[in-house]
Design a protein around this ligand. Structure first.
Ligand code: ADP
Length: 207
């Protein structure tokens, strides 16, 4: 089972991806999480990507494609995987065609005016990378590992608007790309996480 999640920043891709991967026993591949780990560990790649990410831009296609190519060959991907945050450009989607054949692209649709609110309440764990929202979780340490929570640099209001505009320019065209391949399924993401999850599960079960 090879799935792709599409949707703007703040659509809930990460939250849903975690649950779907657990339920279907497939690997969760989040390029954003991979890049943040590289930054935390201060690797060459992490240091090179930092400025672009913090400004809300996109890391170069070559770097990201290389990262994903290696990742999908790891043993935990044998049963399948879910790509969360990749592809983000037409060039990445075309490169993916040379790496693997996807079964479905799920587009989580959320109106622009809701996104900024959602993102401004987002908190991240500095230890394990788990995500939270202040409307549901008010502690300042992680429930899973106890490390302090922080606000992602690219979740600051001035950067969020740039991310949404980058999404509109570069990533939104992928909706048509996957629709033309007959792989696109749309889900209304402007509902409770439980309702959205139930819809996605039903779609994946229909594969
Ligand atoms: P979002 O909340 O926008 O879904 P992510 O955690 O997926 O954020 O990604 C955070 C940042 O990492 C992006 O704004 C971008 O700078 C970089 N990034 C993640 N995935 C990609 C990708 N496939 N191509 C280019 N840059 C990426």
């Amino acid at each position: 089972m090879k799935l792709i999640f599409l949707g703007p920043p703040g659509a809930g891709k990460g939250t849903q991806a975690e649950k779907i991967c657990e339920y279907f026993g497939i690997a969760h591949i989040s390029t954003g999480d991979m890049l943040r780990r590289e930054m935390r560990e201060g690797t060459e790649l992490g240091n090179a990507a930092k400025a672009v990410i913090e400004a809300g831009g996109l890391v170069s296609d070559d770097i990201i494609i290389g990262m994903v190519k290696n990742r999908v060959n790891e043993p935990d991907c044998e049963n399948g995987f879910l790509l969360d945050g990749f592809p983000r450009t037409i060039a990445q989607a075309e490169a993916l065609e040379g790496i693997t054949a996807e079964d479905m692209a799920v587009n989580i649709d959320v109106p622009a005016e809701v996104l900024v609110d959602r993102i401004s309440g987002r908190r991240m764990c500095s230890g394990c990378g788990a995500g939270y929202h202040i409307s549901k979780y008010t502690k300042d340490t992680c429930e899973k590992c106890g490390a302090p929570l922080y606000i992602r640099d690219d979740d600051k209001p001035e950067t969020v608007l740039n991310r949404i505009s980058v999404y509109n320019d570069k990533t939104q065209p992928l909706i048509d790309f996957y629709d033309n391949k007959g792989l696109l399924k749309n889900v209304d993401g402007n509902r409770t996480p439980e309702e959205v999850l139930a819809d996605i599960k039903a779609l994946v079960e229909s594969i």
